[in-house]
Design a protein around this ligand. Structure first.
Ligand code: SAM
Ligand code: SF4
Length: 429
């Protein structure tokens, strides 16, 4: 989502007559887009800002965007006096106006209001990937997970109209994009604000029907709002990719309640059952937080048991990191750092074994990949399957020496590892 915010910011700046340079050293205006989901991200940002100012900052104008900007606000001007612009993502619609103020020499320009009904719904996007395009369908978040800064840094939920989303999808197809990824902190709670009133399942079904679009992905889902109609929509159209990212965070109902996640372990398992008994085979991935305050050894064991039961295809795992303004900061029974580290290592080791096994099951199968790049050192093309696996492959049928990037090619899987597959394609393209 941050990467896509950057794409929209770059597009907006270009429409104002700015040009993007290859290296920050060559820039007149330097904007740092920041994340504060974990760790002391703001400290990293300040460190990098100081370093850059020292090495190459002469005569440059600096701005801080994103969640650290929203969280730290005007304090940034005091800590980093060379910064002239501080703006959170909910204010990006005002960027052209803020740029005019910068050009006029104003050295304390801010965009920090979260009090907005607007979305950063801009056609002025400069996309980095020639095949896959991101579309934000909903911004902000109305949940209040006890560990999470997002509601504070990105503000309340605002859904875009279905008309605007569909128009963007059609425009992207016309421009030659074949894969679309719908984005939001909680895409499942999408509600079309226009009279059409589509929910997320309806939007998914319609985006998948756009002529020229071959793959549609979405992220992120919230289990509480992940309804059966979404699985039915996916089953009905193979353009909707064979992959669901469904963050569970913990396998213990007690910890889930403390996190204010609004579902129990069993309610989550029900969603997994929908996916496992669906018409198609879906890969399922998740996010896990270890060491949330009060997480006992028994709670942690329940997370490990859930991993055994679900057999995720991949997961992101994090040590709980206390964040400003969140409810969990004041909670008792912090888990010691070494114990968090141990639990993280245990989760990752278990998951690695699961992935080795699950990926090995693919050997011999024929998978369609979208070719995303080429690894010259290995002589392999880099492909991605519909279920979001990386499948690197050699290509026998010498395609007149041309690039395969952007093409859809059937590849036979011959080997596997914990994080990717290897295969061969004999198709002449
Ligand atoms: N909205 C999504 C959701 O509900 O899962 C994603 C939110 S966040 C950008 C991505 C992941 O970061 C979360 O799923 C969670 O696992 C992790 N995360 C968020 N806050 C965290 C914190 N304070 N400490 C550790 N991990 C955190
Ligand atoms: Fe954060 Fe929870 Fe919202 Fe996800 S659903 S962004 S974890 S508050």
């Amino acid at each position: 989502m941050n990467a896509h915010d950057s794409e929209k910011v770059v597009g907006t700046l270009m429409a104002q007559g700015y040009a993007q340079v290859e290296n920050p050293e060559d820039a007149h205006l330097v904007l740092y887009n920041t994340c504060s989901i974990r760790d002391k991200a703001e400290q990293k940002v300040f460190h990098r800002l100081q370093q850059f100012k020292r090495d190459a900052g002469k005569g440059k104008v600096f701005g801080v965007l994103g969640c650290v900007a929203q969280q730290e606000g005007e304090k940034i001007f005091a800590r980093a006096p060379h910064v002239s612009l501080v703006a959170g993502s909910a204010s990006y619609t005002r960027l052209p106006e803020m740029l005019v103020q910068l050009e006029a020499g104003n050295r304390h320009v801010t965009g920090l209001s979260l009090d907005t009904d607007e979305t950063f719904d801009t056609p002025l996007t400069r996309r980095d990937n020639p095949n896959r395009a991101y579309i934000t369908i909903i911004e902000g978040c109305d949940k209040s997970c006890a560990y999470c800064v997002v509601p504070f840094t990105r503000g309340p939920e605002r859904s875009r109209t279905s008309e605007s989303v569909m128009a963007e999808a059609r425009r992207l197809a016309e421009q030659g994009y074949t894969e679309i990824q719908l984005l939001g902190q909680n895409v499942n709670s999408y509600r079309d604000p226009s009279p059409a009133g589509w929910d997320f399942a309806a939007l998914l079904a319609r985006v998948a029907e756009v002529a020229g679009i071959r793959r549609v992905r979405y992220t992120t889902s919230h289990p509480r709002d992940f309804v059966k109609a979404i699985v039915d929509a996916m089953d009905a159209n193979t353009v909707l990719c064979d992959h669901v990212h469904l963050p569970v965070q913990s396998g213990s109902t007690r910890v889930l309640a403390a996190m204010d996640r609004l579902y129990t372990r069993d309610e989550y398992r029900k969603r997994i059952e929908w996916l496992k008994t669906a018409k198609r085979r879906y890969s399922i991935t998740t996010d896990i937080i270890v060491g949330f305050p009060g997480e006992t050894e028994d709670d942690f064991q329940q997370t490990l048991d859930l991993l055994d039961e679900v057999q995720y295809d991949s997961l992101f795992s994090f040590k709980y990191s206390p964040r400003p303004n969140t409810a969990a900061v004041a909670m008792a029974d912090a888990v010691p750092e070494e114990e968090k580290q141990r639990r993280l290592a245990v989760v990752q080791e278990k998951q690695r074994a699961i992935q080795i096994r699950r990926n090995a099951e693919r050997i011999g199968s024929l998978e369609e990949v979208l070719v995303e790049g080429h690894n010259a050192a290995l002589g392999q093309w880099i492909g991605r399957t519909s279920d979001n696996r990386t499948l690197n492959f050699t290509h026998g049928g010498a395609a007149n020496g041309g690039s395969l990037v952007g093409q859809y090619i059937p590849v036979r899987v011959t080997r596997s590892g914990p994080n990717s597959l290897v295969g061969e394609s004999a198709t002449v393209v």
